[in-house]
Design a protein. Structure first.
Length: 140
């Protein structure tokens, strides 16, 4: 057996732990940065170039609101953030917790239709939030 395979099996949580650390650091910057204050974070390039909102517009403010316990505020800024990020975060942290406890977990196998469904929801959200009739509800 090659040494790389043995090293990977010996340290199965190194990459997930590093990813978690990076996400925690990013969350700390967002939580302390206050994206409601103008000029702290860069403006959306897509919005500046086209005048239309992208699916991520309002995402920093939604994340900031979530990190401060304001679910309703997060939903008003960008509903994709709480509806997609929260379940992924809970599953990811549970996966990491069980792995750290020594539970042998199978590889995550996301069905292809799930990825297409998420992309479809994001695309539909992108289009709907730029239709004037839906702007009062979906605009950040």
């Amino acid at each position: 057996m090659s040494e790389a395979i043995v090293a990977r099996r010996g340290r199965p949580l190194v990459v997930p732990a590093m990813a978690t650390a990076a996400l925690v650091a990013a969350a700390a910057v967002i939580a302390e940065g206050d994206p409601y204050r103008p000029g702290f974070f860069p403006k959306c390039i897509f919005l500046q170039a086209t005048g239309h909102w992208c699916p991520g517009c309002g995402g920093l403010r939604a994340t900031y609101s979530l990190l401060h316990g304001d679910f309703v505020g997060a939903m008003s800024m960008n509903p994709l953030v709480p509806l997609l990020v929260l379940p992924v975060t809970v599953v990811g942290l549970g996966w990491l917790w069980l792995g750290a406890a020594g539970v042998r977990l199978p590889a995550i196998d996301v069905p292809r239709w799930t990825a297409y469904a998420v992309l479809g929801v994001v695309a539909a959200f992108w289009v709907l939030r730029n239709i004037p009739m839906f702007e009062p509800y979906l605009a950040p």
